[in-house]
Design a binder for this molecule. Structure first.
Ligand SMILES: [Zn+2]
Length: 103
């Protein structure tokens, strides 16, 4: 499974479970072999770190868009960004290993 950057929003059926999936412009999950669409649920089951990275990218994009028009982004947006960053941090196998060593 990989993240692919798409220029346009779209919809397709998940190639793993058959659920209908929609995406917006930006990164989305596809199979590395052939580029078939993968839904969020299947992504979480098979590649949780990629889904966390995808969420982080979407939140960062949203906060970046808001920040363009404001001197400082709203606290809620910053908290969303911090939460997405923490989710990504804890979803990567390497980080989990480091955390295990600390505790
Ligand atoms: Zn699926």
């Amino acid at each position: 499974m990989i993240l692919k950057f798409t220029e346009e929003a779209g919809a397709a059926t998940c190639s793993l479970c058959g659920d209908s999936t929609r995406w917006t412009k930006g990164p989305r999950l596809v199979l590395a072999d052939g580029g078939d669409t993968v839904c969020r649920g299947c992504g979480k089951r098979h590649a949780a770190a990629l889904v966390a990275l995808l969420d982080l990218a979407h939140v960062a994009d949203k906060v970046g868009q808001q920040g363009r028009h404001l001197l400082t982004p709203p606290m809620e947006a910053l908290l969303d960004l911090a939460r997405a960053a923490e989710n990504y941090c804890t979803s990567t196998p390497k980080r989990q290993t480091n955390a295990d060593q600390v505790s």
